[in-house]
Design a protein. Structure first.
Length: 254
């Protein structure tokens, strides 16, 4: 993925990593469309950041995805980058189904079906562009489990393998598949995470991420240094120690 000159749609980017990345991509010379569920946040982003387009989208709703895709492609026929950013993370207790089933279903719908439906809505168009990218968003927790978030861990592991598989399938097209692998970042993904000393500063994460994209436009995975402890535990042979360390850090493993 080139760092500039793209038209980028980032659904799930009204806050956190999504918004910070969208703004930095805009600053790097890209046309950026921010997507999200809350109209008031979209209106505020459009007012505070002239030049950024917005579209309402609920990635848990197939009809909303279809409607947003139609709007985005009508207004931006040169779209060549899709970033499947939207996601949720929930603390769950799997001792009894009443305490986790609804959360697990919501997590899978948003984190797995959402990206699948987004890709389905845009892949035919992206194949018509001479240089296109699908950027998926997994997590360090796809590679080492945090005890209190089973469904989130599983959903991000699914995104990792989906990314690997799509890269193989789309190798005969103009579409590249890049997987962004964040560590814990100071956002509101979990209660208290914005103040967690174990999470990476948001501005530092985005700066390092963009620098990596710029330095390696052909990269298959974008891994900031901080996530490599989780990402490569199995390859290093210290996976069990990684899991112990992750889950001993604090109540959320951050």
């Amino acid at each position: 993925m080139n760092i500039s000159g793209n038209t980028v749609f980032v659904p799930g980017s009204t806050s956190g990593i999504g918004l910070a990345l969208a703004l930095e991509l805009r600053a790097r010379g890209n046309t950026v469309i921010v997507g999200g569920r809350r109209v008031e946040l979209l209106e505020r982003i459009a007012a505070e950041h002239p030049g950024i387009d917005t579209v309402r989208i609920d990635t848990a709703d197939p009809a909303s995805i279809a409607s947003a895709a139609t709007e985005v492609l009508a207004n931006h026929p040169d779209l060549n980058v899709l970033v499947t950013m939207a996601g949720v993370m929930r603390v769950e207790d799997w001792h009894t189904p009443d305490s986790f089933l609804a959360s697990a279903e919501e997590t899978v719908t948003t984190n797995v079906l959402g990206p699948i439906r987004l890709i389905a809505a845009f892949v035919e168009h992206l194949r018509t562009r001479p240089d296109a990218t699908i950027m998926t968003v997994s997590s360090g927790l796809a590679f080492a489990p945090l005890k209190v978030t089973p469904s989130y861990n599983a959903s991000k592991a699914a995104i990792h393998m989906l990314s690997e598989s799509l890269r193989l399938q789309l190798a005969d097209t103009s579409v590249k598949v890049v997987e962004l692998v964040p560590p814990a970042v100071r956002t509101a993904l979990l209660p208290g995470q914005e103040e967690s000393e174990f999470a990476m500063d948001l501005a530092e994460f985005v700066a390092e991420t963009v620098a990596l994209i710029e330095a390696r436009p052909d990269a298959k995975e974008i891994q900031v240094e901080r996530v490599k402890f989780l990402r490569h535990g199995a390859a290093r042979g210290d996976y069990d120690q990684v899991v112990r360390t992750l889950n001993a850090a604090d109540p959320h493993g951050k």
